[in-house]
Ligand binder design. Structure first.
Ligand SMILES: [Fe+2]
Ligand SMILES: [Fe+2]
Length: 311
């Protein structure tokens, strides 16, 4: 790795990233191993859903929404990851004379994301089989919406894409560690926890590659270009938020279908808003609020980061 002006790359190198990746690698079949989810109980911590205080939801409705949230999380992550292999392979193609170690790390990173997509897709199918009903999905089964979403992402600049990726990859790790790994109670379904754990051990390498790429790209940019990258980060955030709103609506529709009871319009609207907020907190809040992401953002552009974080 060529040296960069940024202290946050200290100790990182592509060979070590690939080596760590090889040591923790897993297979989808090895994780799922003909197991199933237990639909008789909640599957994810209740903090993920945030509907505890809503008086119009009974125990069955709360449990159904909990299963919906387990589904939504793997559904959204699997579809979000679709753009990553294209994003990484385009970078490798644009810079064919980059180092072999860098190339190997980025292509392996892309391949791991394709494996994650397969894991999340299998988990979606298994959740539906275990629960005995389909779940509403913002991203259609035919992949039309996912392809459009990935394309919209790829139309943004490469630094903005890496910044978003870094935030989200740190965010998903933090979310797993804080809400499941480090908790003694209310951790949910053992298989679901294993799916997230498998994802976490590989994401740990991805943030290192993101960090090295951000340092390399940012080091060659002027302040105006850095400003533009952070502006684009806001635009990527809006794309994500539309999917969160869409999936929250799908959760309400699934609740109606499973319980056979349609909530009055005002209650449905309240529920939709609460679900959108909690989905945003466990996907976006944990990412943009991650201290390591804030450190990188501030080192890359103190002024743009101040605008992003409002300080
Ligand atoms: Fe992933
Ligand atoms: Fe990743």
């Amino acid at each position: 790795m060529a040296s960069t002006p940024y202290a946050f790359t200290r100790g990182l190198d592509y060979d070590a990233i690939v080596s760590a990746s090889e040591q923790v690698a897993w297979t989808v079949d090895g994780i799922l191993d003909a197991r199933s989810f237990d639909a008789s109980r909640t599957m994810v911590p209740t903090s993920w859903v945030g509907t505890d205080g809503l008086p119009f939801l009974d125990e069955e409705a709360q449990r159904t929404l909990n299963h919906c949230r387990a589904f939504s999380y793997v559904h959204l992550l699997g579809n979000y990851e679709e753009f990553i292999p294209f994003h990484l392979s385009a970078l490798v193609q644009q810079e064919p004379h980059g180092g072999r170690s860098q190339r190997r790390a980025l292509l392996r990173f892309g391949d791991e994301e394709m494996k994650h997509q397969a894991l999340f897709h299998e988990a979606e199918t298994l959740l539906e089989r275990s629960c005995g009903h389909p779940f509403g999905r913002h991203f259609d089964r035919e992949g039309t919406r996912c392809a459009a979403f990935a394309q919209a992402f790829l139309e943004h600049g490469v630094l903005a894409r890496f910044l978003l990726l870094l935030a989200f990859e740190w965010g998903t790790q933090r979310h797993y560690v804080e809400s499941i790994r480090d908790r003694a109670a209310d951790v949910g379904d053992p298989l679901y926890a294993d799916v997230l754990r498998a994802h976490w051990v590989e994401e740990a390498q991805h943030v290192k590659s993101d960090t090295l790429e951000i340092a390399r790209l940012a080091a060659g940019m002027r302040e105006a270009e850095l400003d533009a990258a952070f502006e684009q980060l806001g635009s990527l955030g809006q794309l994500i938020d539309a999917t969160l709103a869409g999936q929250a609506s799908q959760e309400v529709e699934t609740l109606h279908a499973v319980t056979g009871r349609t909530l009055p319009a005002a209650e449905a609207a309240t529920l939709r808003e609460v679900l959108h907020r909690s989905l945003s907190a466990i996907i976006v809040g944990v990412a943009l609020g991650h201290p390591s992401f804030a450190r990188v953002a501030r080192d890359v552009s103190p002024t743009a980061a101040a605008r992003l974080f409002g300080s």
